[in-house]
Write a protein that binds this ligand. Sequence first.
Ligand SMILES: C[S@@+](CC[C@H](N)C(=O)[O-])C[C@H]1O[C@@H](n2cnc3c(N)ncnc32)[C@H](O)[C@@H]1O
Length: 217
Amino acid sequence: MARLRKAARMWRDPEKRALAARVLVAEDGPLYADGPLYAIDPERLFGRRAPLEVELGAGRGDFIIEYAAQRPERDFLAVELAASVARVLAIRAARRGLDNLRVARMDARTLVNLMLPARSLSACHVYFPDPWLTLSQQKHRMFSPGFARRLRRVLAPGAMVHVASDVEPYAGEMFAMLEGAGLRRVNAAAPGAHASGFGRKYLAQGKAVFSASFAVA
Ligand SMILES: C[S@@+](CC[C@H](N)C(=O)[O-])C[C@H]1O[C@@H](n2cnc3c(N)ncnc32)[C@H](O)[C@@H]1O
């Protein structure tokens, strides 16, 4: 609650809202004057053609902000569903003054299922997606076999998917869904598994993290 109140306070500050507007993808109007609302054109969003990586469920951006800062030659889209969290993420990202990072407040499933062009991503990062542990809540999970298939559709040749969870059964299910969608598990570290906000917390607590990386087969 305290965090939510702090986020709301930050959002009431006109200067911080103006700052965040530099990186926030518009939610309430056409993205492009002459284009459909529901398509993202990475080249127009960033004003250049560069490899595009997304983080789905980016939280406060601990991973993606640093990762993008170290890779100015690539573009990054951070996607976060919770409005209050996305706003904090946008303010933090804008403060870093990065030209290669944008924030979209939306459901990652909408982005992947409907908005990204086929073969547009060179990497996708998903760190500690909400596991929704009870059976009746599992419909809220980001990952499903259908989601994994549609994610495969938007991956470019040679693209990577990096996934981590602290919940071993959910991690195993996500890994199986990605393999079921035709991706190949590879021997590479998931870069955010210990660098995202939750990853750092679990590392400090000595809690087990189950992570894997996948490539387009
Ligand atoms: C457990 S947190 C992990 C945040 C971050 N990845 C990290 O490792 O620190 C999960 C985040 O995913 C967001 N989220 C949940 N479902 C989502 C969805 N369908 N699309 C986008 N974000 C989602 C939540 O709001 C929350 O911020």
